[in-house]
Design a binder for this molecule. Structure first.
Ligand code: HDD
Length: 718
């Protein structure tokens, strides 16, 4: 795929390094080295060149070599460094991928905040974004059913701002003190560490029932949002309620949003579970390759703002409750900025693994609210970085702010800044300047007036667990509702304890009776006869992902398999490949073998043939967004028809509702493959009927036909 990278794109991304990423890349380059320097030879970590890095120093005689000597400092260093390569993985969100990018403000929010990053439209703020799954270990697959992390570090001129969000706008619990419970219940069970990276087990669903506040979020987690097609095609949400403070000292509540310009798209579950085996790095690769190919993913940045005076205006929910959304129908989103990811990391560990986010890291103009989940998070992240990376974690290159840092924090493990001067305390007698005033850019802690009793409490509206769960379900389209029912049926099928699935069937009746009945029938639970709580029937905008197509329909970066065999039609093959490349899609040639495949009429002794990118056994249709069969001689069709794998590619792509194109003799092959699915398209089936399934066939090859396949694929991509 890298071969698609044109020189001009490479140049463009290098140019970006200097301009768009500015300060952060300049800072990182000071600690970046290039191990490919032609004059360099292998040395120890203390800099001494070594002549042999393949044999340990040993005692040798004529007929015997060994034992190995402890004296070998190079050998010992090499092994000891290796022994200590791992650090504790993140306790949640261990599996992740990241990239550098740029945040640009398109419209100033100076009416509500004084933050430079949200008011100065001339700025280009460097960022690093890390996407992740929550439950799995570092080596777990990418396409599991799970919430995805969407953590953004803005390296602003006033210090680092970490917006640590998810791709789902609500959370399982309301108070941070319950975080260890929900995570213990969701992670592998303690007696056998099973299952990995799955919520489909007894403990998770036990907790979902026992903690009714989780009801809204588990519906989101059972929806298509939890199996995204790509990190580039998912929304991001700050989830918690933060605050903004403007120059006049007025405070507003705020929720942060990211919306992908490529639209929100998901896999289907059958694809997701198969991709986990076929390519466990599917999302990581997708992000890396699209940036490498110059197809930089973009998101709009939005804020939902409520003046402080409106805190109690919403009878159905508390605006500080992280298990609730602020419905867009009531509080619209102001889209004010844009994020683009345009540079891959140079090395995974020092950048993606060592990046450390803390929700407590905000800049002047942005503050916290009394959201009890956020308050606990502000403690937890800093604490976890100390155990993961050590107390000097903010000195690591990826974590350093681009503005000056001056304070009297010193020492600790692996401190490496050398600070000159005799004073490591304040105030001191050496005439150091005093701390800045607010007018000089200092952070202002908003002087909120607080009075009350000390107690372990939640406010009353935190008890309304059902209204937004129903609102979410009602706002989905029929197909999305079917997917929720199927996901619940899958998950509860993996719970062997009938106490768990029986209770969950009862719980679902608090949301929607038909949903509960459908799932109960599938999983063998008691079938509820009446709703636990009547469904209020309300809906809102912004929930169904079908409302969120790409800003401009596109198949750029989508993967298309062109399946050929010896005797293929070169006009159809080359024409389609050219049409796909023109649309910036990624065509892959797939054939029964990876050695050259010869076109119809090509001499197999003198011709060069086409070298496929993969053979049919090396890949699976689940790894592609669309397939095309160019047809050709009888021999070529016969080769594919008699291959169970080739026919399975076609059927599986059809089963996953992917666009399929075929020309010439391949049309009959495609129809034959469908016959097994029970959807035999008769020879005289109307074109519309066939196309309604995303299938485009043409007896004759024509440039218009290629365009049509591309346009059906575009519609399919949405
Ligand atoms: Fe968290 C990591 C998102 C609640 C405690 N969290 C972490 C990451 C993301 C989130 C994206 C990965 C950051 C990275 O890529 O390094 N977490 C959320 C969201 C939450 C949330 C959107 C709800 C609004 N988290 C939450 C609570 C607590 C934590 C309530 C604890 C009280 N989260 C952590 C942590 C992690 C973490 C243990 C593990 C690794 C890390 O912080 O750096 O501190």
């Amino acid at each position: 795929m890298t071969s698609l990278l044109s020189n001009s794109l490479e140049k463009a991304s290098r140019a970006l390094d200097k301009t768009e990423h500015g300060a952060k890349v300049a800072q990182l380059s000071a600690c970046t080295k290039d191990n490919t320097h032609p004059d360099w030879r292998i040395t120890t970590d203390y800099g001494v060149k070594q002549s042999n890095t393949d044999e340990w120093l040993k005692v040798a005689s004529e007929d015997h070599v060994g034992p190995a000597l402890l004296e070998d400092a190079h050998g010992r260093e090499k092994i000891m460094r290796f022994d200590h390569e791992r650090i504790p993985e993140r306790v949640v969100h261990a599996r992740g991928a990241g990239a550098f990018g740029t945040f640009k403000l398109l419209e100033s929010a100076a009416d509500v905040t004084s933050a430079g990053v949200l008011t100065d439209t001339s700025r280009s703020t460097p960022v690093f974004v890390r996407f992740s799954t929550v439950l799995g270990s570092r080596g777990s697959p990418d396409t599991v059913r799970d919430v995805r992390g969407f953590a953004v570090k803005f390296y602003t001129e006033e210090g680092n701002w970490d917006l640590v969000g998810n791709n789902i706008p609500v959370f399982f619990i309301q108070d941070a003190i319950k975080f260890p419970d929900v995570i213990h219940a969701a992670k592998p069970e303690p007696q056998n560490e099973i299952p990995q990276a799955q919520s489909a087990h007894n403990n998770f669903w036990d907790f979902m029932y026992m903690a009714p506040e989780a009801t809204h979020m588990f519906l989101w987690a059972m929806s298509d949002r939890a199996i995204p097609r790509s990190y580039r095609m998912m929304e991001g949400f700050g989830v918690n309620t933060f605050t903004l403070i403007n120059e006049k000292g007025e405070r507003s509540f705020v929720k942060f949003h990211w919306k992908p310009t490529l639209g929100v798209h998901s896999l289907v579950w059958d694809e997701a579970i198969k991709i986990n085996g076929a390519d466990p790095d599917f999302h990581r690769k997708d992000l890396f390759m699209s940036i490498e190919n110059g197809a930089y993913p973009k998101w709009r940045f939005g804020i939902q703002v409520l003046p402080e005076s409106r805190e109690h205006d919403f009878p159905d929910f508390d605006i500080l409750d992280a298990t609730k959304i602020w419905p867009e129908d009531e509080i619209p989103i102001r889209w004010i900025g844009e994020l683009e990811l345009n540079r891959n990391p140079d090395e995974y560990f020092p950048e993606v693994e060592q990046i450390a986010f803390c929700t407590s890291h905000v800049v002047p103009g942005i503050g916290f609210s009394d959201d009890p989940l956020l308050q606990g998070r502000n403690f937890s992240y800093f604490d976890t970085q100390i155990s993961r990376l050590g107390v000097n974690f903010q000195e690591l290159p990826i974590n350093r702010p681009v503005c000056p840092v001056m304070n009297h924090n010193r020492d600790g493990k692996l401190r490496h800044t050398i600070t000159k001067g005799p004073a490591n305390y304040w105030p001191n007698r050496f005439g150091a300047v005093p701390p800045a005033k607010p007018s000089e850019g200092a952070y202002i802690d908003y002087p909120a007036k607080i009075a009350g009793i000390k107690a372990r409490l939640r406010s009353k509206k935190f008890g309304y667990h059902w209204n937004q769960a129903q609102l979410f379900y009602n706002s989905l389209t029929e197909i999305e509702k079917e997917h929720v029912a199927a996901a619940l049926s899958f998950e509860l099928d993996h719970c062997e304890d009938n106490v768990v699935y029986d209770r969950m069937c009862e719980r679902l009746a608090d949301i929607d009776l038909a949903l509960a009945q459908k799932v109960a029938t599938m999983v063998g639970g008691p079938i509820p006869q009446q709703a636990g709580r009547p469904n209020h029937g309300k809906k809102t905008r912004g929930i169904s992902q079908l409302e969120k197509p790409a800003e401009t329909p596109t198949i750029a970066t989508r993967r298309v398999a062109i399946i050929i065999a010896d005797g293929y039609d070169p006009v159809a093959y080359n024409g389609m490949k050219a049409a796909l490349l023109a649309a910036q899609a990624l065509p892959f040639t797939i054939a029964p073998r990876r050695s050259p495949i010869f076109a119809a009429g090509e001499d197999r002794n003198t011709g060069k043939g086409v070298k496929p990118d993969h053979h049919l056994e090396g890949m699976r249709s689940v790894l592609f967004d669309a397939i095309f069969l160019p047809g050709g001689t009888l021999e070529s069709i016969q080769t594919l028809r008699s291959s169970g794998r080739a026919m399975h590619w076609v059927r599986e792509a059809f089963g996953h509702l992917k666009p399929i194109g075929a020309t010439g003799g391949a049309v009959a092959l495609v129809k034959e493959a469908f016959a097994v699915t029970g959807l035999a398209f008769s020879e005289d089936a109307s074109e519309e009927a066939v196309e309604s399934y995303g299938v485009v066939t043409a007896g004759k090859v024509s440039p218009d036909g290629f365009k049509e396949v591309v346009s059906v694929a575009k519609a399919g991509a949405d």
